[in-house]
Design a protein around this ligand. Structure first.
Ligand code: FMN
Length: 168
């Protein structure tokens, strides 16, 4: 199965999760930073996985990325929000995840927001959006989250192959 994992990360935690998810997905999985990702409409994959940090209850925005940079992070110039918003209709099987501060456990998740956008673009969401917990803003990930991400990736591989393909 050809799978592309596209992630956004300012402090490295979402990248770590993306790499663990890819390891769980197995052979044929490519991981790319959103800054290097092809336009969504050009993605050819059996499954697309999109992950980003939760910023201000959803996907990052220019202002929240500036905030992340001011706190020592290295966010991309544009994030998954802009990557998705730049696309016209596309029919891919997709799954989304985010990283999320454990305490306080604030409402709103980037993964749900990304899944909503992808569905609106015509994609089929093959699994519930998943969140992975970090300590504070900078991390690290909570104990066990890398292993959980790997297991989630392995489960995604099964979910994706179990469902009918929807192609443009
Ligand atoms: C500007 C800013 C806003 C944030 N807002 C939220 C939030 O609303 N909810 C939350 O759980 N975490 C929030 N966080 C914490 C991020 O989720 C955390 O920095 C991120 O998961 C770390 O991922 P990364 O290492 O890949 O950047 C925020 C962080 C920043 C920098």
């Amino acid at each position: 199965m050809a799978t592309l994992v596209v992630y956004e990360s300012a402090f490295g935690n979402t990248r770590t999760v993306a790499e663990a998810v890819a390891a769980g997905l197995g052979d044929g999985t490519e991981v790319v930073d959103v800054a290097s990702a092809p336009p969504l409409a050009d993605v050819v994959a059996d499954l697309l996985v999109v992950g980003g940090p939760t910023h201000a209850f959803g996907m990052s925005r220019p202002q929240t990325r500036e905030d992340a940079a001011s706190r020592g992070g290295t966010p991309p110039a544009t994030g998954i929000r802009e990557w998705l918003e730049a696309s016209g209709p596309v029919a891919l099987r997709v799954a989304t995840f985010d990283t999320h501060t454990r305490r306080p456990n604030l409402p709103g998740t980037a993964a749900k927001a990304a899944a909503k956008k992808l569905r609106a673009l015509g994609c089929t969401v093959v699994a519930d959006p998943e969140k992975f917990w970090v300590h504070g803003d900078q991390g690290p990930l909570l104990d066990g989250e890398v292993e959980r991400a790997r297991a989630w990736g392995a489960g995604l591989a099964q979910a994706a192959t179990a469902r009918p393909q929807h192609r443009r």
